[in-house]
Design a protein around this ligand. Structure first.
Ligand SMILES: C[S@@+](CC[C@H](N)C(=O)[O-])C[C@H]1O[C@@H](n2cnc3c(N)ncnc32)[C@H](O)[C@@H]1O
Length: 290
């Protein structure tokens, strides 16, 4: 007999973790999938939740967007683990991401940070293994930083999180990471400033018409320069390209935007990598991007 399905009692920003999970699972079920993620499919099937009613069908190729953004993060984690096979990956706002199962090398240490209600649900659905650690704590609370082993390399990621913070909070978080994790890197995602302005006004909806929580922070070249200057320990800020996806938006329009000067600054989503100097003097030249 099938075990009873779990009802996630989430709302507000924590509920958006179900949306991104649903998009990855939707994409992973397709024969022409851009992301392999059987664990996400398993999770969606284990939940008692009206996914269709809340998030609707795949209008606007949103699952393609989620899949290719996820692939950029996966590639960054794999790259880090090639250089630091026993390193620590800290995933801020991990939600119900199943990235560990996509990229694990059998040696990495994994620290997942999210709000208590999400960590409680994750613990029930995806119990920790010996190399995984779940911390119920806001990403803005420095307590999680005390729990991270810095001896074998650290990569911090933040996908789908920073837009919910105020600009001063984002700058403070990045500056504190630079201070506390010299030599580490941080990969994050940000909506464009024009998109976060629409989200701040409550103008965005899921394809099912359900309002999306407001966003307060977004990226453009000016903001990239501000973020780069948030701490003297930041030695690099790189704009990571999205791979081409499928369909009109992700297969054609966004790849065209990405290669077109000026227009590229209007892309809807940015994924960037920050590097924090280790004080050894071997850091690359200070070279703001954006
Ligand atoms: C859009 S979901 C992204 C989840 C996951 N990163 C993904 O891509 O599927 C937003 C996540 O941010 C988490 N979150 C919101 N505020 C947070 C905070 N202050 N600290 C840590 N996590 C937070 C939510 O609980 C939720 O899991």
């Amino acid at each position: 007999m099938r075990p009873p399905r779990t009802r996630p009692e989430l709302d507000g920003v924590p509920e958006t973790a179900l949306w991104t999970l649903y998009m990855r699972a939707w994409e992973a079920r397709r024969p022409d999938r851009l992301l392999d993620d059987p664990k996400a499919v398993e999770l969606v099937d284990a939940l008692d939740y009206p996914f269709q009613e809340r998030f609707g069908p795949d209008k606007w190729d949103s699952t393609v967007g989620e899949a290719i953004r996820t692939r950029v993060f996966d590639d960054e984690v794999r790259r880090f683990l090639r250089d630091h096979p026993d390193g620590t990956v800290v995933v801020l706002a991990e939600g119900l991401e199943t990235q560990f199962w996509r990229v694990d090398n059998g040696r990495a240490r994994w620290v997942s940070v999210d709000l208590a209600e999400v960590v409680g649900l994750r613990r029930r659905l995806l119990p920790e293994s010996t190399r995984q650690r779940l911390i119920a704590c806001s990403a803005l609370d420095e307590r999680w930083m005390d729990e991270v082993d810095r001896t074998r390399g650290v990569l911090i990621t933040a996908k789908g999180l920073l837009q919910y913070f105020r600009p001063t909070e984002v700058h403070r978080l990045v500056a504190t990471c630079a201070e506390r994790f010299p030599g580490a890197a941080m990969v994050f995602e940000a909506p464009a400033r024009w998109l976060s302005a629409l989200m701040a006004r409550g103008r965005t909806r899921t394809p099912a018409g359900v309002p999306v929580p407001p966003a307060y922070w977004g990226m453009d070249p000016k903001e990239a320069r501000r973020l780069r200057a948030a701490h003297p320990g930041i030695v690099e800020l790189v704009d990571l390209p999205l791979p081409a996806g499928r369909g009109r938006i992700y297969g054609r329009r966004l790849p065209w935007m990405a290669r077109t000067p000026v227009v590229r600054n209007w892309k809807p989503v940015w994924i960037m990598r920050l590097r924090f100097g280790d004080g050894s003097g071997t850091d690359p030249a200070r070279n703001p991007s954006g």
